[in-house]
Design a protein around this ligand. Structure first.
Ligand code: 13P
Ligand code: SF4
Length: 324
């Protein structure tokens, strides 16, 4: 990397539609410091689609859904990766880059799905259903991944389940994703009772009210939403699939039944589209801020470490997924 770094003032042109000038004033100092630190430390920032626009559009180098972040983490040349997302995403980046430094700016950036299941739970499921393949959502700890046969994300869950060629599959820990994939594949799926605390709150009544108050609205729902919500939506897909849908179909009026920052980030690229914005905040994603990204780079914290024996087995499950 060489040449002059962009000024915060020039970056504001990317986000002025969603960040008022008063709020921006509090960000510009951290943005300029982060850009300089990235260069100094040979670092890149990977940001999930749920990160706030000042992170997503102004300091991130690579953005996307969980699948894209995992795939792109494998191609990173920089020595330091800062994961602007939640802890399981940072662990996945570390699994795929054992020799690099991976930093998560706040250790409390967890996930209700990852918290819903332990490695011991997975071992018990294997005992209870011998021979049934275990697919684990990437929204889990490395210990849980290490106990499973293959991982999936919301972007490839259907393809992963179909790739197994099995009539019965265990899919952990998101109950709703499991039921949504069962409906799409016809495979019998044994689920766990984990839920995403953001998506479980959407209801079919929300969609009906939206359709009434905003005639013609196209409804896109994340597959972590309950099946009756997905059934009422016009389309269901991962955060990246929702972005692609908007890009390709250009619905004049759209609502994304997912985390709040998604609409801001996607709306910036599509000023011609009307985004209706009932959304739910993910408190874990919102732990990540410009201030703690700056501190992560300044103080080299918090370094993600994995126990080698667990990392090796968890990496296999992630790598198997990435070959699909
Ligand atoms: P995506 O893989 O669709 O980006 O979802 C990740 C996530 O945490 C959704 O809640
Ligand atoms: Fe976890 Fe849900 Fe937050 Fe995604 S949105 S990180 S699944 S709690």
């Amino acid at each position: 990397m060489s040449g002059a770094l962009p000024s915060a003032a020039s970056l504001y042109r990317r986000v002025w539609r969603v960040i008022p000038p008063g709020e921006w004033a509090a960000f510009s100092d951290d943005i300029e410091a982060i850009l300089a630190l990235k260069r100094e430390r040979n670092a890149v920032i990977l940001a999930h689609n749920y990160q706030t626009p000042e992170i997503f559009h102004c300091v991130a180098d690579i953005v996307g859904d969980s699948l894209a972040l995992a795939r792109k983490a494998m191609t990173v040349e920089a020595q330091v990766i800062v994961l602007a997302g939640v802890h399981f995403m940072a662990e996945t980046a570390k699994l795929l880059n054992p020799d690099k430094t991976v930093l998560i700016p706040d250790l409390d950036a967890g996930c209700s799905l990852a918290d819903s299941i332990t490695a011991q739970d997975v071992r018990l499921m294997r005992q209870r259903y011998p021979g049934v393949p275990i697919v684990t959502y990437v929204n889990t700890s490395a210990e849980v991944k290490a106990e499973s046969d293959i991982c999936c994300t919301s972007g490839n869950a259907k393809a992963v389940v179909e790739s197994l060629g099995a009539s019965r599959v265990i899919m952990l820990p998101d109950e709703y994703l499991a039921h949504n994939i069962a409906a799409q594949t016809g495979v019998e799926i044994i689920a766990w009772k984990g839920h995403c605390e953001v998506h479980e709150r959407f209801t079919p009544a929300d969609i009906r009210e939206l359709r009434e108050s905003h005639p013609g609205v196209t409804v896109l729902a994340h597959p972590e939403c309950p099946p009756d919500v997905v059934a009422e939506a016009d389309f269901s897909g991962s955060t990246a699939a929702m972005c692609d849908y908007v890009e390709m179909q250009k619905p004049p009026r759209v609502v994304l039944m997912t985390e709040c920052s998604m609409s801001d980030n996607v709306a910036l690229a599509h000023p011609e589209i009307e985004f209706i914005r009932p959304c739910n905040l993910c408190p874990h994603m919102k732990q990540i801020t410009l201030a703690n990204i700056r501190m992560a780079l300044e103080q080299n914290r918090h370094v993600v470490t994995l126990e080698p024996a667990i990392a090796g087995r968890a990496r296999l499950a992630v790598e198997r997924m990435l070959t699909i």
